[in-house]
Design a protein around this ligand. Structure first.
Ligand SMILES: C[S@@+](CC[C@H](N)C(=O)[O-])C[C@H]1O[C@@H](n2cnc3c(N)ncnc32)[C@H](O)[C@@H]1O
Ligand SMILES: [Zn+2]
Length: 134
């Protein structure tokens, strides 16, 4: 696993996501962060494989049993996360993503895609270490 993901725990109600922009891997805030907030992201964004684990994120919307593959998420969550997906994931999973968009279009709604949020302006040495054990 590469930086910066190495130090970020999963949450089912994440306050950031990781995306490659102009060749740089950015941690991008999804909402305002207060000093001392733990930065989290949802590991299933750009997630593949068939790893499962029990989540201890404590969020009200915690999914408890997590499957690593993006397309195992509930469809509403796939659609919510669609704008956050990295370009490499869009390319690798284009067929499934087109099916997702088609399903959504069939319901008459548009999904906005592209850069969302703002880059988290801190250095990795300031990140809080995990409250969760590995
Ligand atoms: C990339 S590391 C995250 C940082 C790591 N906790 C640390 O202290 O360096 C991923 C590992 O953290 C643990 N982890 C992260 N988020 C978790 C969560 N929401 N529930 C349970 N374990 C989690 C799991 O053991 C997972 O394999
Ligand atoms: Zn959770």
């Amino acid at each position: 696993m590469q930086w910066p993901e190495r130090y970020i725990n999963h949450s089912c109600d994440p306050n950031s996501y990781v995306k490659t922009v102009s060749g740089r891997r950015l941690v991008i805030a999804l909402r305002d962060l207060a000093d001392g907030d733990e930065i989290t992201y949802d590991y299933c964004i750009n997630g593949d494989g068939a790893t499962t684990w029990f989540c201890h994120c404590g969020a009200a919307r915690c999914r408890r049993k997590i499957h690593s593959d993006f397309f195992h998420l509930p469809i509403e969550l796939q659609l919510e996360y669609l704008p956050l997906l990295d370009d490499w994931f869009r390319a690798e999973r284009a067929t499934e993503l087109n099916q997702l968009r088609a399903a959504r279009a069939g319901e008459g709604a548009e999904v906005e895609e592209g850069f969302q949020g703002s880059e988290v302006g801190i250095e990795p040495c300031r990140w809080r270490r995990s409250r969760l054990s590995e």
